[in-house]
Write a protein that binds this ligand. Structure first.
Ligand SMILES: Cc1ncc(COP(=O)(O)O)c(C=O)c1O
Length: 382
């Protein structure tokens, strides 16, 4: 029997629907108490002193650079193997993106390559916990300390990710999460910025709402009265998204457990398959959020990649590529920085040879068996 296995599918249940309906029935669609409640819940879940809800992870990253005062003339080291948003946020403030290659064992930033990228203009390093696997934050923080750099953690795929028991986003100056539909929890569009630093949280809260000195209508002493001391954006999360987020967060442990069970089941089946390799496993010190399981095809199979993905699709199995190109290979970056900046062969190899397979909580361990047995058959056919 063919199955219907999408790569990602949000789990929206009765609780989310009722919570959204309550918002729609009420008087407040934005600027309301649910955003505050969601922020408090997220802070509790991650252990963050401050959490600020925003309209997307990209918005959070953009605001982070603004709040840290990074801009024209500054350089920021960014992983070449990530979503473009990781680099776009640097570009949006007018700073220069300096790409670092990935390590092949995890897909995370190659820490051994960083030293040679530092110049007098380097102000920050951004890392991404690639596919939810934590970066070694001890090494990143000592590198950052040595060169006096800010650290921005792109945690778009890292809800539940922990390095040495501490949640992703809490080692650096800021961590930014995404609630886009295929992520671990969703608010349709949405994001959250966490930080240990009150001044950063305060600056981001103002910048996300035009630079207004009070964020919540009820905090204004005189209705309709506020002041604006700086240039800001409209990057707020609304009450509908917050209502969804509150309910989704209550279920996140269940979602994460299912992801882990699925991942382990798939990994066990694929571990000894010829012509592919897997990224390093998660363990107590490096706890992944199990966003997906990416396989790397060797020389024999890599030219058949799209055929393999097509055949998976014919069997009802969705797959994807994380990420389809190393960021410096995207046209915008190629045009801006030119080929001399493309020094990221490992990131390119991951983009050119990997297939991302689904392990989300919309799927069961039995689905994993179907995916792996289908894959083994396909590998023999191509
Ligand atoms: C690593 C990474 N960073 C940032 C983003 C952007 O997130 P958002 O869509 O919430 O802006 C994504 C989206 O997939 C991502 O994978």
């Amino acid at each position: 029997m063919m199955r219907d296995i999408p790569f990602g599918k949000p789990i929206i249940e009765q609780e989310e629907k009722e919570a959204v309906a309550r918002v729609l029935d009420g008087p407040i669609l934005t600027h309301g108490p649910l955003v505050k409640e969601f922020e408090a819940d997220f802070a509790t879940f991650t252990g963050a002193p401050y959490a600020v809800a925003v309209s997307s992870c990209t918005a959070g990253l953009h605001l982070a650079y603004l709040a840290l005062g990074i801009g024209v003339g500054d350089e920021v080291i960014v992983p070449a193997q990530s979503h473009v948003a990781t680099a776009h946020a640097v570009e949006l403030v007018g700073a220069t993106t300096i790409f670092a290659d990935a390590e092949i064992s995890t897909g995370n930033i190659d820490i051994s390559s960083l030293e040679k990228l530092v110049t007098a203009k380097t102000k920050a390093i951004s890392i991404v916990h690639y596919l939810g696997m934590p970066v070694n934050m001890d090494e990143i923080m000592s590198f950052a300390k040595k060169h006096d750099l800010y650290v921005i953690e792109d945690c778009a795929l890292a809800i539940g990710t922990k390095f040495k028991g501490v949640h992703a986003g809490l080692y650096g100056d800021v961590g930014c999460f995404s609630f886009y539909p295929v992520k671990h929890i969703t608010t349709a569009e949405g994001g959250m910025l966490i930080t240990k630093n009150h001044a950063i949280a305060d600056a981001v809260s103002k910048l996300r709402a035009f630079g207004i000195d009070r964020n919540i209508v009820s905090e204004r002493k005189i209705p309709g009265m506020y002041d604006v001391q700086e240039l800001g954006y409209n990057y707020r999360l609304n009450e509908i998204g917050a209502a969804m987020g509150i309910e989704q967060l209550k279920k996140v442990s269940r979602f994460l457990e299912q992801r882990q069970d699925n991942y382990v089941a798939m990994q066990t089946e694929l571990r000894n398959v010829d012509n592919i390799s897997l990224f390093q496993s998660s363990n107590d010190n490096f706890l992944s959020s199990y966003y997906c399981l990416s396989i790397l095809l060797d020389e024999k199979l890599m030219s058949q990649r799209y055929q393999i993905m097509d055949r998976l699709k014919l069997k009802g199995i969705g797959s994807s590529i994380y990420y389809p190109k190393a960021i410096p290979d995207m046209t915008y970056y190629r045009k801006k920085y030119g080929e001399k900046y493309v020094i990221c062969p490992v990131a390119q190899k991951i983009s050119n040879t990997s297939i991302a397979l689904p392990v989300g909580p919309h799927l069961t361990v039995d689905d994993m068996k179907y995916i792996t047995s289908s894959l083994k058959t396909i590998f023999k056919e191509v």
